[in-house]
Design a protein around this ligand. Sequence first.
Ligand SMILES: Nc1ncnc2c1ncn2[C@@H]1O[C@H](COP(=O)(O)OP(=O)(O)O)[C@@H](O)[C@H]1O
Ligand SMILES: Cc1ncsc1CCOP(=O)(O)O
Ligand SMILES: [Mg+2]
Length: 258
Amino acid sequence: MKLSELRQQTPLVFNYANYVTPQLVANVVNVIGGSPIMAREIEEFKDLVSLSDAIVVNTGTWQREELPATIKLIQLANQTETVVVLDPVAVAIPSRSVPVKSLISESQVNIIRGNAAEIAWFADVDFASHGIDATGDGDVAYIAKLAAQKTGAIIALSGKKDVISDGESTISIATDVPLLATNVGTGDALSALIGAFNGDSISLDNTVRAMATMKLAGLKATKKVATPGYFSNQLLDELYLLPEEELEDFIKQEVTHD
Ligand SMILES: Nc1ncnc2c1ncn2[C@@H]1O[C@H](COP(=O)(O)OP(=O)(O)O)[C@@H](O)[C@H]1O
Ligand SMILES: Cc1ncsc1CCOP(=O)(O)O
Ligand SMILES: [Mg+2]
């Protein structure tokens, strides 16, 4: 959906969040115009999925014992055709990849949002990482396309260059906003934004719009502040104030089709 539609429809975004960044994630959903809710009680899933427009599963602080509940959550979302976004934090670390493999084989994730190292794991390509961060170099457009073909999900690969691919079309936004990488949780918040923008229907365009929203708000914040602490607050303000026309112009100028 477009930004004005998002602000009108206030999509309810159910975040199965990590315990590091839920406040930032909830605020980003709120200031853009959506409505966040965080939960992890299995008894609540049926009600919450029936009320939600998007489900965002972040495995950042996941415990292995949560796997059956998470599969159940995604299966419920699949039954109601509610979009599911997966944020597979540091999935390339071998012990973390085991439950993610089960999750994607037993339930259908519609969109996977991760940094280049996380997405490279789905593409079966080596890419250097350091904990939650991607540190390597590689052909990110190729990696995103391959990951989309292997998983059947839309891939939203974030970094200096964002790439969105469904395995056929591949789209890039190469806008460098280094301060976005200084705040832990911008990736998690981006995944929730992707859920919000895809709340009415799942598409490459809606995913591009969400990625462009974070880049443009970050770019605008960078023009006003220069350090990470102020940047975090300014980013929320820029998301809150973002004019739809500016976003659509930014997309026209910055988005390239590979
Ligand atoms: N080096 C960078 N230059 C510009 N933007 C970046 C850079 N690294 C990350 N971003 C932006 O920061 C946001 C979070 O992405 P990323 O840091 O890749 O996720 P994660 O926090 O999950 O590793 C995205 O909007 C992405 O475009
Ligand atoms: C530090 C940390 N540890 C586990 S999850 C997490 C936050 C990850 O946030 P992001 O993926 O947005 O950088
Ligand atoms: Mg991340």
